[in-house]
Design a protein around this ligand. Structure first.
Ligand code: EPZ
Length: 423
């Protein structure tokens, strides 16, 4: 396993290019199952999770062409040969987003077998709402020996209300409904920009969808869909992470290709804390011109403050000297693991249930810390950039799942990070 060794105290200055969104690429890749043929996805980040989704699609009989992924961010996926309807445990256990194969497999073949995704570090993360959605479209769903079995009994439209706002649940059921006869209405949908990006690709393939990006989505089923090409949206969580990197080091960064309108709640919160952020022709500029202030943060479904930015915000607020901030995590039940590691660096954080009271300190010191999940590892890297002396972040395979060449991008802006093997 790898670790990152970060020499703290360097202001970041210069430019960082934002890559394509992981959480848009994954459902888009799964959606290629719906339309047999050659799909072309552009602006695809080269990440471990993208590799895993390619492996899953190949396991199902598709062909993934990653030959232009590094040079041109282009991923070709040919789903002509998809025969298998089974997403195996070995792959699903490494990436929960594999559940996104369920809806497309069911829609194309009338049956699907997907290993039941276990929990993960940040919570139980059930998929009951995915399964309920398929049942309401006419599937018989059972869970046996750790696998989800969905079998088409009949196929009819439905009005489906999600009890909880679920991003991949909305995506899965929306994909399944594209080939279900009649008009299906989904209520209490996730409104994330990644859901909109997926819907835009489905529309290109010939699906009939209205309302993506709102809490009410209408899908009128069609006979078949045809393969197309699509440019994936920039990664708004990567953008938010580097906005914090600029703020926490007191630097001045230009984030190229960033889409500010996908990130309004994060930008508003950073403004409230005293961070300067400006839209320029090439992207987003972030800098500081004075003391920061403590702010309260409450995560919520889009357009609220994204849970995927909570850990990064905690790192920044830990260093707002004299500032007091209350962070409330409303989406996942165990998403404060990074707080324990930040405390080891000297942060003053009191945890109580789903709330964390952060009292900013003047400085934190480098330490050996351990990453537990994707965004927690980003938070620890951010803290290391600002800490005194050296910070070692272990288990950075978490980071590699969702951040393309993070240390390379940060070092090009003045950071001092090197990757080493953990002994
Ligand atoms: C997506 O996960 C993202 N992943 C997550 O990003 C993100 O944190 C999350 O949405 C919330 O924004 C991808 O898009 C690939 P949910 P997802 O279903 O869809 C409960 C990252 O760091 N729930 O919106 O799995 C669930 O337990 C990752 O990039 C049910 O109870 O999250 C949670 O409390 C981490 N039953 C809440 O809903 C269900 O059937 C929201 O989960 C489904 C969800």
């Amino acid at each position: 396993m790898d670790k990152l060794i970060i020499e703290g105290g360097h202001r970041l200055e210069g430019e960082i290019e934002i890559s394509g969104a992981k959480n848009a690429a994954l459902p888009l890749m799964a959606s290629t199952i719906l339309a047999p043929g050659k799909h072309l996805l552009e602006n695809v980040a080269n990440l471990r999770d993208i590799d895993t989704m390619c492996e899953l699609l190949e396991e199902l009989g598709a062909k993934a062409d990653r030959s232009k992924l590094d040079s041109g961010k282009i991923l070709g996926i040919d789903t002509t040969g998809v025969q298998s309807k089974r997403a195996p445990y070995e792959l699903v256990k490494t990436m929960r987003a594999s559940i996104l194969a369920l809806g497309p497999l069911y829609a194309r073949f009338g049956c699907a077998e997907v290993s039941f995704p276990g929990g993960c570090a940040i919570g139980a993360r059930p998929v009951d709402l995915h399964l309920k959605g398929l049942e309401m479209l006419g599937a018989k769903v059972s869970v046996e020996h750790g696998y989800i079995y969905a079998q088409k009994q009949e196929s009819h439209p439905s009005e489906i209300t999600f009890d909880i706002v679920t991003v991949t649940g909305t995506e899965n059921v929306m994909m399944a409904a594209t080939l279900t006869p009649g008009k299906t209405v989904l209520l209490n949908c996730a409104q994330e920009p990644e859901v909109v990006d997926l819907a835009e690709y489905l529309l290109k393939m010939g699906a009939k969808i209205k309302g993506a990006g709102t809490d009410r989505i209408e899908i009128t089923g069609v006979e078949t869909l045809s393969p197309k090409s699509h440019r994936i949206m920039p990664d708004r969580i990567e953008t938010g992470t580097y906005l914090v990197a600029g703020a926490i080091t007191g630097g001045d960064l230009l984030l190229r290709n960033a889409h500010p309108n996908d990130l309004e709640s994060v930008i508003a919160k950073l403004h409230e804390a005293g961070v300067r952020i400006e839209e320029t022709g090439q992207g987003l500029r972030v800098w500081r011109d004075g003391k920061l202030r403590g702010v309260d943060v409450r995560t919520a479904p889009y357009p609220g403050f994204p849970t995927d930015m909570q850990a990064q915000m905690m790192a920044l607020l830990s260093l707002v000297e004299g500032g007091v901030s209350m962070i409330t995590e409303t989406i996942f039940e165990n998403r404060f693991l990074h707080a324990l590691e930040l405390q080891r660096m000297g942060a003053n954080i009191k945890l109580e249930g789903n709330r964390a009271l952060v009292t900013g300190v003047k400085k934190i010191s480098g330490a050996t810390v351990m990453a537990t999940d994707l965004r927690a590892s980003a938070s620890l890297v951010l803290a290391g950039l600002a800490a005194e002396n050296t910070t070692e972040v272990s288990r950075v395979y978490h980071l590699d799942r969702g951040y393309e060449r993070m240390e390379e991008k940060l070092n090009a802006a003045g950071a001092r990070i090197r990757r080493a093997k953990e002994l």
